[in-house]
Design a protein around this ligand. Structure first.
Ligand code: ATP
Ligand code: NI
Length: 303
Protein backbone atom coordinates (compact mmCIF):
# COMPACT_ATOMS: atom_id res chain seq x y z
CA UNK A 1 0.00 0.00 0.00
CA UNK A 2 1.11 3.63 -0.27
CA UNK A 3 3.73 4.35 2.39
CA UNK A 4 4.80 0.70 2.48
CA UNK A 5 1.98 -0.43 4.76
CA UNK A 6 1.28 -4.14 4.23
CA UNK A 7 -2.23 -5.43 3.59
CA UNK A 8 -3.14 -9.01 4.47
CA UNK A 9 -5.24 -10.01 1.46
CA UNK A 10 -5.45 -13.70 2.49
CA UNK A 11 -4.77 -15.06 5.99
CA UNK A 12 -4.97 -18.46 7.69
CA UNK A 13 -6.53 -20.27 4.76
CA UNK A 14 -6.38 -24.04 4.94
CA UNK A 15 -8.19 -26.62 2.83
CA UNK A 16 -7.59 -29.67 0.73
CA UNK A 17 -9.04 -30.70 -2.59
CA UNK A 18 -9.16 -34.24 -3.94
CA UNK A 19 -9.45 -35.52 -7.50
CA UNK A 20 -13.09 -35.62 -8.52
CA UNK A 21 -14.08 -33.05 -5.90
CA UNK A 22 -15.37 -29.51 -6.35
CA UNK A 23 -14.76 -26.89 -3.69
CA UNK A 24 -16.61 -23.59 -4.08
CA UNK A 25 -14.89 -20.56 -2.61
CA UNK A 26 -17.52 -17.91 -1.94
CA UNK A 27 -17.56 -14.46 -0.40
CA UNK A 28 -18.17 -10.82 -1.18
CA UNK A 29 -16.10 -8.75 -3.59
CA UNK A 30 -12.66 -7.95 -2.18
CA UNK A 31 -12.52 -10.78 0.38
CA UNK A 32 -9.39 -12.30 -1.20
CA UNK A 33 -10.67 -15.02 -3.54
CA UNK A 34 -8.70 -14.01 -6.62
CA UNK A 35 -5.55 -13.28 -4.61
CA UNK A 36 -5.75 -16.85 -3.30
CA UNK A 37 -6.06 -18.21 -6.86
CA UNK A 38 -3.10 -16.10 -7.96
CA UNK A 39 -1.03 -17.40 -5.05
CA UNK A 40 -1.75 -21.00 -6.07
CA UNK A 41 -0.42 -20.34 -9.57
CA UNK A 42 2.57 -18.19 -8.62
CA UNK A 43 0.93 -15.16 -10.23
CA UNK A 44 1.05 -12.73 -7.30
CA UNK A 45 2.54 -9.29 -7.91
CA UNK A 46 6.28 -9.06 -7.27
CA UNK A 47 5.94 -7.22 -3.97
CA UNK A 48 3.63 -9.84 -2.45
CA UNK A 49 4.83 -11.93 0.52
CA UNK A 50 3.60 -15.43 1.23
CA UNK A 51 3.86 -17.80 4.17
CA UNK A 52 2.78 -21.38 4.66
CA UNK A 53 2.51 -24.04 1.99
CA UNK A 54 0.26 -25.02 -0.89
CA UNK A 55 1.05 -28.54 -1.98
CA UNK A 56 0.11 -29.95 -5.36
CA UNK A 57 0.65 -33.50 -6.55
CA UNK A 58 3.00 -33.32 -9.53
CA UNK A 59 2.80 -37.00 -10.35
CA UNK A 60 6.31 -37.30 -8.88
CA UNK A 61 5.49 -36.22 -5.36
CA UNK A 62 4.25 -32.98 -3.83
CA UNK A 63 5.44 -29.51 -4.90
CA UNK A 64 4.98 -26.38 -2.78
CA UNK A 65 3.43 -23.81 -5.09
CA UNK A 66 4.32 -20.93 -2.76
CA UNK A 67 8.07 -21.58 -2.86
CA UNK A 68 8.52 -23.19 -6.30
CA UNK A 69 10.67 -21.13 -8.65
CA UNK A 70 9.22 -19.44 -11.71
CA UNK A 71 10.82 -21.88 -14.20
CA UNK A 72 9.27 -24.88 -12.41
CA UNK A 73 5.87 -23.21 -12.26
CA UNK A 74 6.04 -22.26 -15.92
CA UNK A 75 7.35 -25.60 -17.17
CA UNK A 76 5.52 -28.09 -14.98
CA UNK A 77 2.58 -26.49 -13.18
CA UNK A 78 0.65 -23.82 -15.08
CA UNK A 79 -1.62 -25.37 -17.66
CA UNK A 80 -0.18 -28.84 -17.02
CA UNK A 81 -1.00 -29.59 -13.37
CA UNK A 82 -3.22 -26.57 -12.67
CA UNK A 83 -5.34 -24.73 -15.22
CA UNK A 84 -6.92 -21.33 -14.62
CA UNK A 85 -10.04 -19.85 -16.11
CA UNK A 86 -9.33 -16.25 -15.12
CA UNK A 87 -11.79 -13.67 -13.90
CA UNK A 88 -12.58 -11.31 -16.85
CA UNK A 89 -11.21 -13.71 -19.50
CA UNK A 90 -11.27 -11.13 -22.30
CA UNK A 91 -8.71 -9.06 -20.41
CA UNK A 92 -6.38 -12.06 -20.15
CA UNK A 93 -6.28 -12.79 -23.87
CA UNK A 94 -3.73 -11.01 -26.05
CA UNK A 95 -5.69 -8.28 -27.84
CA UNK A 96 -3.80 -8.45 -31.16
CA UNK A 97 -4.11 -12.20 -31.64
CA UNK A 98 -6.99 -14.41 -32.72
CA UNK A 99 -8.50 -17.16 -30.61
CA UNK A 100 -7.09 -19.68 -33.09
CA UNK A 101 -3.59 -18.35 -32.56
CA UNK A 102 -3.97 -18.47 -28.76
CA UNK A 103 -5.15 -22.08 -28.95
CA UNK A 104 -2.48 -23.19 -31.44
CA UNK A 105 0.30 -21.72 -29.32
CA UNK A 106 -1.09 -23.30 -26.15
CA UNK A 107 -1.52 -26.72 -27.75
CA UNK A 108 2.02 -26.54 -29.11
CA UNK A 109 3.54 -25.41 -25.83
CA UNK A 110 1.68 -27.82 -23.56
CA UNK A 111 1.40 -30.89 -25.78
CA UNK A 112 4.27 -30.44 -28.22
CA UNK A 113 1.89 -30.96 -31.14
CA UNK A 114 3.76 -30.76 -34.48
CA UNK A 115 3.04 -27.74 -36.68
CA UNK A 116 1.09 -29.58 -39.37
CA UNK A 117 -1.36 -30.96 -36.80
CA UNK A 118 -1.85 -27.67 -34.94
CA UNK A 119 -4.82 -26.48 -36.91
CA UNK A 120 -6.88 -29.58 -36.23
CA UNK A 121 -5.71 -29.75 -32.60
CA UNK A 122 -6.71 -26.10 -32.00
CA UNK A 123 -10.13 -26.76 -33.51
CA UNK A 124 -10.60 -29.84 -31.35
CA UNK A 125 -9.60 -27.85 -28.25
CA UNK A 126 -12.15 -25.16 -29.15
CA UNK A 127 -14.86 -27.76 -29.66
CA UNK A 128 -14.24 -29.20 -26.20
CA UNK A 129 -15.31 -25.91 -24.65
CA UNK A 130 -18.10 -25.40 -27.22
CA UNK A 131 -16.28 -22.46 -28.75
CA UNK A 132 -17.73 -22.13 -32.28
CA UNK A 133 -15.26 -22.95 -35.07
CA UNK A 134 -16.47 -20.03 -37.22
CA UNK A 135 -15.37 -17.57 -34.51
CA UNK A 136 -11.80 -18.88 -34.22
CA UNK A 137 -10.36 -16.13 -36.37
CA UNK A 138 -11.81 -13.37 -34.21
CA UNK A 139 -9.82 -11.17 -31.86
CA UNK A 140 -10.71 -10.93 -28.14
CA UNK A 141 -12.53 -7.58 -28.53
CA UNK A 142 -14.82 -9.20 -31.12
CA UNK A 143 -16.09 -11.78 -28.64
CA UNK A 144 -19.13 -11.55 -26.39
CA UNK A 145 -18.57 -12.19 -22.67
CA UNK A 146 -19.86 -15.73 -23.09
CA UNK A 147 -17.54 -16.50 -25.99
CA UNK A 148 -14.52 -15.00 -24.23
CA UNK A 149 -15.39 -17.31 -21.33
CA UNK A 150 -15.48 -20.30 -23.70
CA UNK A 151 -12.15 -19.31 -25.26
CA UNK A 152 -10.55 -19.06 -21.80
CA UNK A 153 -12.07 -22.40 -20.83
CA UNK A 154 -10.75 -24.04 -24.00
CA UNK A 155 -7.26 -22.73 -23.21
CA UNK A 156 -7.43 -23.92 -19.60
CA UNK A 157 -8.46 -27.43 -20.67
CA UNK A 158 -5.78 -28.00 -23.33
CA UNK A 159 -3.44 -30.13 -21.22
CA UNK A 160 -6.17 -31.76 -19.13
CA UNK A 161 -4.59 -30.55 -15.87
CA UNK A 162 -5.73 -32.49 -12.77
CA UNK A 163 -6.60 -29.20 -11.01
CA UNK A 164 -8.81 -26.54 -12.57
CA UNK A 165 -9.31 -23.17 -10.91
CA UNK A 166 -12.28 -21.26 -12.30
CA UNK A 167 -12.50 -17.64 -11.10
CA UNK A 168 -16.08 -16.34 -11.41
CA UNK A 169 -16.91 -18.67 -14.31
CA UNK A 170 -20.59 -17.66 -14.45
CA UNK A 171 -20.41 -13.92 -13.79
CA UNK A 172 -21.91 -11.85 -16.60
CA UNK A 173 -23.38 -14.83 -18.43
CA UNK A 174 -27.07 -15.17 -19.18
CA UNK A 175 -29.14 -17.91 -17.63
CA UNK A 176 -28.70 -20.60 -20.32
CA UNK A 177 -24.97 -20.12 -20.40
CA UNK A 178 -24.77 -20.27 -16.60
CA UNK A 179 -26.61 -23.58 -16.68
CA UNK A 180 -24.33 -24.94 -19.36
CA UNK A 181 -21.17 -23.78 -17.61
CA UNK A 182 -22.25 -25.26 -14.28
CA UNK A 183 -23.04 -28.56 -16.00
CA UNK A 184 -19.67 -28.65 -17.74
CA UNK A 185 -17.76 -27.84 -14.57
CA UNK A 186 -19.57 -30.55 -12.64
CA UNK A 187 -18.82 -33.06 -15.40
CA UNK A 188 -15.17 -32.02 -15.29
CA UNK A 189 -15.05 -32.85 -11.58
CA UNK A 190 -16.95 -36.10 -12.09
CA UNK A 191 -14.32 -37.13 -14.64
CA UNK A 192 -11.81 -37.06 -11.79
CA UNK A 193 -10.40 -33.53 -11.84
CA UNK A 194 -10.07 -31.36 -8.76
CA UNK A 195 -12.07 -28.18 -9.19
CA UNK A 196 -11.78 -24.93 -7.27
CA UNK A 197 -14.67 -22.69 -8.27
CA UNK A 198 -14.48 -19.10 -7.09
CA UNK A 199 -17.82 -17.40 -7.21
CA UNK A 200 -20.23 -15.06 -5.54
CA UNK A 201 -23.06 -16.83 -7.34
CA UNK A 202 -24.32 -18.99 -4.48
CA UNK A 203 -26.93 -20.67 -6.65
CA UNK A 204 -24.16 -21.84 -8.99
CA UNK A 205 -22.06 -22.94 -6.01
CA UNK A 206 -24.95 -25.01 -4.68
CA UNK A 207 -25.28 -26.84 -7.98
CA UNK A 208 -21.61 -27.50 -8.63
CA UNK A 209 -19.87 -27.94 -5.27
CA UNK A 210 -19.22 -30.87 -2.96
CA UNK A 211 -17.87 -28.52 -0.30
CA UNK A 212 -18.05 -24.80 0.33
CA UNK A 213 -15.46 -22.46 1.81
CA UNK A 214 -16.78 -19.05 2.84
CA UNK A 215 -14.27 -16.21 2.97
CA UNK A 216 -14.65 -12.96 4.84
CA UNK A 217 -12.02 -10.22 4.98
CA UNK A 218 -9.24 -12.51 3.80
CA UNK A 219 -10.06 -15.49 6.04
CA UNK A 220 -12.01 -18.69 5.58
CA UNK A 221 -14.76 -18.44 8.20
CA UNK A 222 -16.62 -21.63 7.33
CA UNK A 223 -15.74 -24.81 5.49
CA UNK A 224 -18.64 -27.22 5.10
CA UNK A 225 -20.17 -29.99 3.03
CA UNK A 226 -22.37 -28.37 0.39
CA UNK A 227 -25.49 -30.39 1.17
CA UNK A 228 -25.34 -29.47 4.87
CA UNK A 229 -24.53 -25.84 4.05
CA UNK A 230 -27.25 -25.24 1.48
CA UNK A 231 -29.75 -27.67 2.93
CA UNK A 232 -30.07 -28.96 6.47
CA UNK A 233 -28.85 -27.80 9.01
CA UNK A 234 -27.59 -24.82 7.00
CA UNK A 235 -24.61 -22.51 7.53
CA UNK A 236 -23.11 -22.20 10.99
CA UNK A 237 -21.27 -18.88 10.72
CA UNK A 238 -23.53 -15.81 10.99
CA UNK A 239 -21.87 -14.27 7.93
CA UNK A 240 -22.48 -17.40 5.86
CA UNK A 241 -26.08 -17.48 7.08
CA UNK A 242 -26.42 -13.82 6.09
CA UNK A 243 -25.10 -14.52 2.59
CA UNK A 244 -27.72 -17.19 2.05
CA UNK A 245 -30.51 -15.04 3.53
CA UNK A 246 -29.59 -12.29 1.08
CA UNK A 247 -30.58 -14.48 -1.88
CA UNK A 248 -33.77 -13.41 -3.67
CA UNK A 249 -35.13 -16.97 -3.46
CA UNK A 250 -34.59 -16.98 0.32
CA UNK A 251 -35.46 -14.04 2.55
CA UNK A 252 -33.87 -11.37 0.30
CA UNK A 253 -32.50 -9.55 3.35
CA UNK A 254 -29.06 -8.00 2.87
CA UNK A 255 -26.42 -8.14 5.59
CA UNK A 256 -26.29 -4.65 7.10
CA UNK A 257 -23.09 -2.65 6.72
CA UNK A 258 -20.05 -3.25 4.54
CA UNK A 259 -16.99 -5.48 4.79
CA UNK A 260 -14.02 -3.79 6.49
CA UNK A 261 -11.02 -2.39 4.66
CA UNK A 262 -8.29 -5.03 4.75
CA UNK A 263 -5.69 -2.53 5.92
CA UNK A 264 -7.87 -1.51 8.88
CA UNK A 265 -9.10 -4.81 10.28
CA UNK A 266 -10.30 -4.97 13.88
CA UNK A 267 -8.19 -7.11 16.26
CA UNK A 268 -10.94 -9.62 16.86
CA UNK A 269 -13.57 -11.09 14.58
CA UNK A 270 -13.75 -8.95 11.43
CA UNK A 271 -17.47 -9.66 11.07
CA UNK A 272 -18.42 -8.57 14.61
CA UNK A 273 -19.40 -4.99 13.66
CA UNK A 274 -22.09 -6.39 11.31
CA UNK A 275 -23.10 -9.35 13.45
CA UNK A 276 -26.25 -9.61 15.56
CA UNK A 277 -24.68 -12.39 17.66
CA UNK A 278 -21.60 -10.34 18.59
CA UNK A 279 -20.59 -10.07 22.25
CA UNK A 280 -17.45 -8.96 24.06
CA UNK A 281 -15.91 -12.38 23.25
CA UNK A 282 -15.68 -11.29 19.61
CA UNK A 283 -12.86 -8.87 20.53
CA UNK A 284 -10.56 -11.89 20.22
CA UNK A 285 -9.96 -13.53 16.87
CA UNK A 286 -11.84 -16.82 16.51
CA UNK A 287 -9.73 -19.61 15.00
CA UNK A 288 -11.20 -21.94 12.40
CA UNK A 289 -12.05 -24.98 14.51
CA UNK A 290 -14.16 -27.87 13.33
CA UNK A 291 -15.08 -26.03 10.14
CA UNK A 292 -16.15 -22.67 11.54
CA UNK A 293 -14.44 -19.55 12.90
CA UNK A 294 -16.95 -17.90 15.23
CA UNK A 295 -17.43 -17.63 18.99
CA UNK A 296 -21.18 -18.00 18.52
CA UNK A 297 -21.40 -20.53 15.70
CA UNK A 298 -24.46 -22.69 15.41
CA UNK A 299 -23.85 -26.24 16.58
CA UNK A 300 -22.64 -28.68 13.96
CA UNK A 301 -25.12 -31.26 12.81
CA UNK A 302 -25.05 -34.57 14.65
CA UNK A 303 -22.66 -36.88 12.90
N1 ATP B 1 -1.35 -5.81 -5.27
C1 ATP B 1 -2.18 -5.44 -4.32
N2 ATP B 1 -1.89 -4.41 -3.52
C2 ATP B 1 -2.73 -4.03 -2.54
N3 ATP B 1 -3.90 -4.61 -2.30
C3 ATP B 1 -4.26 -5.63 -3.06
C4 ATP B 1 -3.42 -6.10 -4.12
N4 ATP B 1 -4.05 -7.14 -4.71
C5 ATP B 1 -5.21 -7.30 -4.06
N5 ATP B 1 -5.34 -6.40 -3.06
C6 ATP B 1 -6.46 -6.29 -2.15
O1 ATP B 1 -6.79 -7.58 -1.72
C7 ATP B 1 -8.20 -7.71 -1.60
C8 ATP B 1 -8.69 -8.98 -2.18
O2 ATP B 1 -8.78 -8.87 -3.58
P1 ATP B 1 -9.34 -10.04 -4.51
O3 ATP B 1 -9.21 -9.58 -5.93
O4 ATP B 1 -8.73 -11.33 -4.15
O5 ATP B 1 -10.88 -10.06 -4.13
P2 ATP B 1 -12.00 -11.05 -4.65
O6 ATP B 1 -12.54 -11.76 -3.47
O7 ATP B 1 -11.49 -11.88 -5.78
O8 ATP B 1 -13.09 -10.02 -5.17
P3 ATP B 1 -14.00 -10.02 -6.49
O9 ATP B 1 -15.19 -10.86 -6.14
O10 ATP B 1 -14.34 -8.59 -6.67
O11 ATP B 1 -13.20 -10.57 -7.61
C9 ATP B 1 -8.83 -6.47 -2.21
O12 ATP B 1 -9.38 -5.71 -1.17
C10 ATP B 1 -7.70 -5.75 -2.88
O13 ATP B 1 -7.85 -4.38 -2.68
NI1 NI C 1 -11.85 -11.93 -7.77
Amino acid sequence: MPGGRPVAAVTDVSFDLRPGECLALVGESGCGKSVLASALLGLLPGNARTRGAALIDTGEGPLDLLTADEATLARTVRGRRAGLIPQSPAAHLTPVRTVRSHLAETVRALRGTPRRELRAAAEAAAARAAFPADHLDRHPHQLSGGLAQRAATALALVADAPLLIADEPTTGLDRDLVDRTVGELRRHADEGHGLLVITHDLAAAERVADRVAVMYAGRVVELAAADAFFGHPGPRHPYAAGLLDALPERSFTPIPGLPPELDALPDGCAFAPRCDRATERCASLPALADGVACHHAREAADA
